[in-house]
Write a protein that binds this ligand. Sequence first.
Ligand SMILES: Nc1nc2c(c(=O)[nH]1)N[C@H]1C(S)=C(S)[C@@H](COP(=O)(O)O)O[C@H]1N2
Ligand SMILES: [Mo]
Length: 297
Amino acid sequence: MNGHVENPRWFSLQDLYSLPAVTVPALLECAGNKRKLFEPEVYGEQWEKGAISQGYWTGVRLKTLLEVTGIKAGAAEVVTEGMDRGKKPGTEGTVSFVRSLPLEKALHEDTIIAYAHNNQPIPFKLGYPLRLIVPGWYAMASVKWLRQIRVSEEPFTGPFQTEDYVYYPEKDSDEGAFPVTEIKTDSSILQPVQRDILPSGTHTIEGIAWSSTGGIDRVEVSTDGGSSWSEAEHNPDQEGYHWTRWSLEWPDVQPGEYTILSKAVDASGGTQPETAFWNRNGYGYNAVDRVEVKVKE
Ligand SMILES: Nc1nc2c(c(=O)[nH]1)N[C@H]1C(S)=C(S)[C@@H](COP(=O)(O)O)O[C@H]1N2
Ligand SMILES: [Mo]
């Protein structure tokens, strides 16, 4: 750990294990989750609903490490670098994955340097041995395979900060660009699935809902394309930033074609728009979720 700190130093894994540990129920959602649903279509990995996960992450608060090193006056950001390197189109040679956090988010009590995932060492693919976990922000902020942490006075301008993970509202210009940060309130219908064919009778519609804080006030579901809405039941035992499971009984369904919609409302009243905010790189899709099914005799 170095840069704009009083006492630059190395932390071994043993050093980290000896500091107070915290466990955060965190949710990781790729900023490109649901990208395939944008209209008009956008370039990039064509994610559907699956680019999301949750687990229990254990480690040391980044704040605790910054208290050990001390922060010099004038510090603005904390810059974290992963050990992975690769080619990036438009950039020469190879680059490593580097991202920064404003000091305020770096010092948040749930922002941690994790060494365990679900009570086990972090699996290699998920960031072994150390991963920054930034609950509430899209997952690009949660840098895997941590190599070093630097405190800086200036805003960091690396390519994963200023080219990728930026909302570009215009197709052909960079006007109005702003960085991708907090997760948007969203829900997904998990059952039935798109273009399912169901027997007539009673069915249960099931799904998940989540927000940047984890708090979900209610989930509304429509089975008639949005003409009428009912409140789903939701799990009151949701923990930390984890998603909330919800379900709604759909009684005595007659043959026909149906459009099922789901809309989450978070604890501060934030909800999902009818149409997602279109942006060139296809980040932050959170329109009302939709599944079309056919019910047979
Ligand atoms: N070091 C490093 N960390 C990284 C990335 C990366 O390429 N390198 N990708 C980020 C992005 S864009 C996402 S969506 C998540 C994916 O996390 P997962 O592998 O746990 O699903 O890791 C983030 N952290
Ligand atoms: Mo991502």
